[in-house]
Design a protein around this ligand. Structure first.
Ligand code: SAH
Ligand code: SF4
Ligand code: F3S
Length: 453
């Protein structure tokens, strides 16, 4: 029987990256093969993102290109998956005649049926959200590699007023701890060296009596040579127990991505973020008192409805106070269906742009200065392979997720941990020289006496 080839293009956050692997797991079970390019495929699926207007515009642009492909190959099945599928539903099929199927994040088990329907010439739409679906039993399809992303929970119950995610991903639900740990064991046996536990708000993970601290601890214990990362944390649910767990285990990266969005309490309230900036800063202080070397990154939205110059200055003030290692910075984009959509989007586009640029420039300078402080210091990195720009150099990342480039050395290979002395730094990259490979990481720093109890 002729095999069908599928090609998936993934947009948006790491949850979508992880979902694409689940989808490929489901389709491979049904006999599909993975195509290298859209041109070689019988089924092309776009796993889409709705977070901001421009994310959706990109997909529409891509649909334009794929229309040409479909004209040349009329039997091609073209599908929209992910958050745009959930948000726009039947409208997508009606507006974009080129689309054959629209399947949302909780209906991927039925994707083979929808594809069959499309092969027979009918359109299919599956956008029901589920309170329970976690794809717990599906083994995601992953190429061999060093890093893997595992979704540990789905959905979000926070309803920040600007955000579409609760509408596109539905209610919060967690996978079972045992299935996650089994997956990590499989990845460790395959030689993976780093996993990121994913969720829109991992800190509210709950499986019976196990919370997120229990999950990170259990993950860390699988393999001391495997690094554990996690993303994203909402300030409201970041517990002291979790901070202590991160401190205790050497292979849990001392790096926390903790979006604050705005430095103004008035705006935070309008955003329904459920914390004040004072509370946010006190969490960072607490984390630093437990782990003096912990690094932070954050997300910021510029130009939320009614944002004044003073509100904007309050955000800058937080940047300067905290000295984040990095930040993802966005212009506010009104999303239909959210609470903020009903507020006037009253910060003019050029003002939004100027404020955003100012925030970017300030953070860039801070990242640069933070990196200069590392010059002369030794960092442990996971060697990921040759650097993008030159085969003469290797690249890897520090625990704090900073890219390090160093000249190739015969004693270092892909997948090794290496200590590297930093001799130069830009805002985005550290440059250094290989010192030695690190063949043993202690599971707990406590064993080394690094954590004072
Ligand atoms: N669950 C994560 C965030 C997921 S979305 C968390 O709460 O931390 C990633 C980031 O996109 C958000 O932190 C926010 O900064 C940004 N974002 C979300 N909706 C947005 C919108 N409507 N306009 C601009 N930025 C937005
Ligand atoms: Fe969106 Fe807020 Fe949920 Fe993050 S916590 S996904 S920003 S609603
Ligand atoms: Fe985008 Fe959906 Fe992720 S809206 S950011 S792909 S959860």
């Amino acid at each position: 029987m002729k095999k069908n080839y599928v090609f998936i293009e993934t947009y948006g956050c790491q949850m979508n990256t992880a979902d694409t692997e689940v989808i490929l797991g489901i389709l491979k079970n049904q006999g599909y093969e993975v195509a290298e390019t859209a041109e070689q495929a019988d089924v092309v699926l776009l796993n889409t993102c709705s977070i901001r207007e421009n994310a959706e515009q990109r997909i529409y642009g891509r649909l334009g290109n794929l229309k040409t492909l479909k004209n040349a190959k009329p039997n091609l099945v073209l599908g929209i998956l992910g958050c745009m599928a959930e948000r726009l539903r039947a409208d997508l099929v009606e507006d974009k005649k080129v689309v054959d199927l629209v399947v949302g994040p909780d209906e991927y088990r039925r994707l083979p049926e929808y594809i069959d329907t499309a092969f027979s010439g009918a359109k299919g739409i599956g956008v029901r959200l589920s309170k329970t679906e976690t794809y717990d039993d599906i083994i995601p399809y992953r190429e061999d590699g060093l890093q893997a992303w595992i979704s540990v929970m789905r959905g979000c119950d926070k309803f920040c007023s600007f955000c579409v995610v609760p509408f596109t991903r539905g209610r919060e639900r967690s996978r079972s701890l045992s299935s996650i740990i089994d997956e990590i064991k499989l990845l460790s046996d395959r030689g993976f060296r780093e996993i990121t536990l994913l969720g829109q708000n991992v800190n509210s993970y709950q499986d019976a009596n196990y919370n997120f601290a229990d999950l990170t601890r259990a993950s860390a214990l699988v393999d001391p040579m495997m690094r554990i990362r996690f993303s994203t944390s909402h300030p409201q649910d970041l517990s002291r127990e979790l901070l202590e767990t991160i401190a205790e285990y050497d292979n849990i990266c001392k790096y926390i991505h903790l979006p604050f969005q705005s430095g103004s309490n008035r705006i935070l309230e309008l955003m329904n973020r459920t914390y004040t900036i004072e509370k946010y800063l006190s969490i960072l202080d607490e984390a630093r008192s437990i782990m003096p070397n912990v690094s932070f990154s954050t997300d910021i939205i510029s130009g939320f409805p009614t944002e004044t110059w003073e509100d904007h200055l309050a955000t800058i003030n937080v940047l300067q106070k905290v000295q984040f290692d990095g930040a993802y910075m966005f212009k506010y984009s009104a999303r239909e269906g959210t609470k903020a959509f009903k507020m006037p989007d009253d910060v003019p586009e050029d003002v939004k742009g100027k404020r955003l640029q100012e925030i970017i420039d300030i953070q860039h300078q801070i990242s640069y200065e933070r990196n200069q402080e590392l010059v002369g210091k030794t960092e442990i990195i996971l060697v990921e392979g040759r650097s993008k720009k030159s085969a003469e150099f290797f690249s890897g990342r520090t625990d704090s997720n900073k890219m390090v480039i160093f000249p190739k050395n015969e004693n270092a290979a892909e997948g090794d941990y290496a200590s590297v002395i930093i001799n130069r730094a830009s805002a985005a990259t550290l440059f250094g020289d290989f010192v030695q490979t690190v063949t043993k990481r202690n599971v707990t720093s406590a064993a080394l006496g690094l954590v004072k109890k």
